[in-house]
Design a protein around this ligand. Structure first.
Ligand code: NI
Length: 127
């Protein structure tokens, strides 16, 4: 097994330690491995998507990055059929997009949000 070093924000490290205790992982590496496995499975599922899709995209982000999200949103108006914007505790926004359109466009949108370091949570659910 290879050993790599990664840099994480203190906030995320605290969350990892909390997860480790709550879920009974043997160490931080176990938590990171489980997370990476989920990301890989997710990416594999996404790879299989093709043709016309109906899907739901969930986002959670800090209120202060709303402009970034709005900018991306406008680039993808062709596939966003409905959007719900709700305010959560701690100045967080929850966004729900109902998407309808070609898998290629849906994947592009998800990728834009997933690679942006500004969002807390991005999840695509395909109907
Ligand atoms: Ni908001």
């Amino acid at each position: 097994m290879a050993i790599i070093s990664i840099s994480l924000q203190d906030e995320i490290l605290e969350e990892i330690d909390k997860l480790q205790k709550e879920l009974g992982f043997s160490g931080r590496s176990e938590v990171v491995r489980a997370g990476v496995r989920m990301l890989l499975a997710d990416s594999k599922d996404k790879g299989k998507l093709e043709g016309k899709l109906n899907s739901v995209l969930l986002l959670i982000h800090a209120q202060k990055v709303e402009d970034t999200v709005t900018e991306v949103k406008h680039e993808f108006e062709d596939i966003i059929s409905t959007q719900i914007h709700n305010h959560l505790r701690e100045d967080k926004c929850l966004e729900v997009f109902i998407l309808e359109g070609d898998a290629t466009r849906v994947k592009q949108l998800v990728q834009r949000f997933q690679t942006s370091r500004k969002l807390d949570y991005v999840k695509l659910i395909v109907a």
